[in-house]
Design a protein around this ligand. Structure first.
Ligand code: NAD
Length: 335
């Protein structure tokens, strides 16, 4: 039963797991309309009659789309993710649309996934798995290195970056970090802050945990790769455009980059989260990346743990409760 303060909420980019966790968290308080399409200009009309829309990382809320949503009476956007680079906050404010996100949901899950990617690549688990199933028990090509005493560079030491730092310190690594603001928790873990140049030059492994902003766009590009150690491992669980894909492909071909793990990819929209197994992959750069034995790609799944899904659903519904009741929402984003 939909209560008095409840809203009609159109949920874009729905997968079965979104429906399950959001329905349970809402417990009937909001009328949730689950739609599979992503929010783009052509699908914005599907929000007609809703007071709020619920969006994920591949939904677009730029000026024309926000204008279309506002014209239909949409007043609120509830992002069921932490990153908000896909929403034009200033335009949302101009159109009288409030935006809230889920600022934190198990940062451990993302950090642990970054560690899993690193360990898999280093110890060649992805190759060993298929090899032994094919009856090949040889070790050639599976040589890794001890992480102990290696230097790990972390760009962005917020909630996820600091968790990753803790894991790496647990492995006995030295951790260098670059951030626009120092996190005392990282300092207490023994993380050494430094300039980007020193991090690039000194790190065996570089892991990206900063948000995507104009300042961080292509923070990994040809000239930054040139300053790195030969054989560097690069891990990206942040956002795809933090990395210039063409530049890392060149770095992989030359051997400058020793291994690359991507949970996010510059052009992931329309590819990640979809089953395209029966189709031809149209993205030549992604297809090239998938040919390297030292590249591991996962489909933006770092967040995908039971704990995170529960937290995301409860915070999202809590944000919608605040909007519906006209209360200040602690997770609202300023335009
Ligand atoms: P956070 O806000 O807690 O931390 C971000 C950190 O980046 C902060 O310390 C901030 O000062 C720093 N930063 C900002 N601008 C910077 C710059 N120019 N250079 C260096 N550092 C800068 O965020 P978080 O929860 O730790 O998440 C980090 C990012 O991870 C998110 O923005 C999101 O894009 C990504 N993420 C990915 C997944 C996934 O499933 N792959 C899930 C959640 C978050």
């Amino acid at each position: 039963m939909v209560g008095e303060t409840a809203m009609r909420v159109v949920v874009f980019s729905t997968k079965p797991y979104d429906r399950q966790f959001l329905t349970e968290a809402s417990a009937g308080r909001h009328e949730l309309v689950f739609l599979e399409p992503r929010l783009v200009l052509e699908t914005a009309g599907l929000a007609a009659g809703a007071q709020a829309v619920c969006l994920f990382v591949h939904d677009h809320a730029d000026e024309p789309i926000l204008a279309a949503l506002a014209g239909m009476g949409v007043k609120h956007i509830a992002l069921r993710c932490a990153g908000f680079n896909n929403v034009d906050l200033a335009a949302a404010a101009r159109h009288g649309i409030t935006v809230a996100r889920v600022p934190a949901y198990s940062p451990h899950g993302v950090a642990e996934h970054a560690a899993a990617l690193l360990m898999t690549l280093n110890r060649r688990i992805h190759r060993a798995y298929t090899r032994v199933r094919d009856g090949n028990f040889a070790l050639e090509g599976l040589l890794g290195f001890d992480l102990h005493d290696k230097t790990v560079g972390i760009i962005g030491t917020g909630k996820i970056g600091v968790c990753f730092a803790g894991i790496m310190r647990g492995f006995g690594c030295r951790v260098l970090a670059y951030d626009v603001a120092q996190n005392p928790e990282a300092v207490s873990l023994g993380v050494e802050y430094c300039e980007l140049d020193r991090l690039f030059a000194g790190s065996h492994v570089i892991s990206l945990h900063c948000p995507l902003t104009p300042q961080t766009h292509h923070i990994i590009k040809a000239d930054s790769i040139a300053r790195m150690r030969r054989g560097v491992f690069i891990i990206n669980t942040g956002r795809g455009p933090l990395i210039d894909t063409a530049a890392v492909i060149r770095g992989l071909k030359s051997g400058k980059i020793g291994a690359l793990a991507l949970d996010v990819y510059e052009e992931e929209e329309g590819v990640f989260y979809e089953d395209l197994s029966g189709r031809i992959l149209a993205d030549d750069q992604l297809a090239r990346l998938l040919t390297f034995p030292n590249v591991l790609v996962t489909s933006h799944q770092a967040f995908f743990t039971r704990e995170a899904m529960l937290a995301i659903a409860h915070t999202t519904i809590g944000n919608l409760d605040d909007f519906a009741a006209g209360r200040p929402c602690p997770n609202a984003l300023k335009g």
